[in-house]
Design a protein around this ligand. Structure first.
Ligand SMILES: [Zn+2]
Length: 326
């Protein structure tokens, strides 16, 4: 069990679940004990093992699941919300999340249909061809089969500047549209979800906004990383791996990686590769086959970013976007 971390007015009990993903060593969530109550920041994965770890940590805090007052979510991904249904079964407490997390957690039908239409069109227009169509079919199956995972509880929407449980909400989108950071009142400690992870790259994942338009994930992610530096917190407690103390250094590294990716892409476009799917295949080689949605997302995000800066422009030919240097 991880050691409790005492702050001036509250105590943090980290819950560290060994990773179930090959690239992430741990999944972290945090029990927060304040004189006025007990809250959970994120909720791990939906496994018996993780539930046991959570219950052990409650004991460590001298508490019981019936003492829990609220669940605060940094974003909607499954490795951050896994235990929410199990906890709500035992105790009916409010769940707080960013407004963009709500349709993604509730799996609203209208939202899912919009999202499916978005990806279908995206893969076609980005030149995904047969591979894109095949990946879309898989995605459609997964999404349609996931309806039973819908969170059927009231979610209280929070956003920039809201204060709850001694924390201020800071919007830090990019990794996902609904990513938020909880900054403690003293400004010394922040809970940042997956915006920045020590020892792992964070992908800015392409996703549609509520109106179906594509969000500028890479420029959002850059701004969010810069915001994390500007918070000036001593420690970031993250959704995976060790807490971060050298935020500025890590952010510099992540931003220079983005810049290098942009430079490499400009080179490929300059060499005459114009279609995003072809750029992705050339850039990522085998991963184009095995990790299609993820690597397409990376390249499209960076293309959007380059376009936003006026470095490239695009035109449509036969229903497929072609990019060229501006
Ligand atoms: Zn995530």
């Amino acid at each position: 069990m991880a050691e409790a971390i005492r702050q001036q007015t509250y105590t943090i009990y980290p819950i560290i679940q060994p990773g179930i993903y090959p690239t992430l060593k741990t999944i972290n969530f945090y029990l927060i004990r304040r004189p006025e109550g007990l809250a959970l920041i994120d909720a791990g994965v939906d496994t018996d093992d993780c539930m046991e770890r959570f219950e052990d940590t409650l004991k460590q805090a001298g508490a019981d699941i019936r003492d829990l007052d609220a669940i605060l979510l940094t974003h909607h991904h499954e490795d951050h919300v896994g235990l929410v249904p199990r906890i709500l079964e035992k105790r009916d407490i409010p769940v707080y999340a960013h407004r963009d997390a709500v349709p993604r957690l509730r799996l609203d039908r209208e939202f899912l249909e919009m999202r499916l239409a978005f990806f279908k069109q995206l893969y076609i227009e980005m030149g995904g061809g047969d591979r894109g169509a095949e990946r879309f079919t898989k995605m459609e199956e997964t999404i349609r089969n996931s309806a039973q995972n819908a969170l059927r509880t009231e979610i209280i929407e929070i956003g920039e500047g809201d204060r709850l449980f001694g924390f201020e909400v800071i919007e830090t989108p990019g990794h996902s549209p609904d990513s938020i950071t909880f900054l403690d009142a003293a400004g010394r400690v922040a809970f940042t979800g997956d915006v920045l992870i020590d020892g792992s790259s964070v992908n800015a994942i392409i996703d549609p906004a509520a109106n179906g338009s594509r969000l500028p994930s890479v420029s959002q992610q850059r701004r969010s990383l810069e915001r994390l530096v500007n918070l000036g917190a001593d420690v970031l407690y993250t959704g995976h791996h060790e807490p971060i103390r050298n935020t500025a250094g890590l952010v510099r590294d992540r931003i220079s990686r983005m810049d290098r990716k942009c430079e490499k892409l400009l080179g490929l476009i300059g060499s005459g590769i114009t279609v995003p799917a072809k750029l992705t295949e050339t850039y990522y080689k085998d991963l184009y086959r095995t990790q299609f949605p993820l690597v397409m997302s990376e390249i499209i995000g960076h293309l959007d970013y380059l376009e936003e800066q006026g470095k490239i422009s695009k035109s449509m030919e036969d229903g497929v976007w072609h990019y060229k240097l501006a």
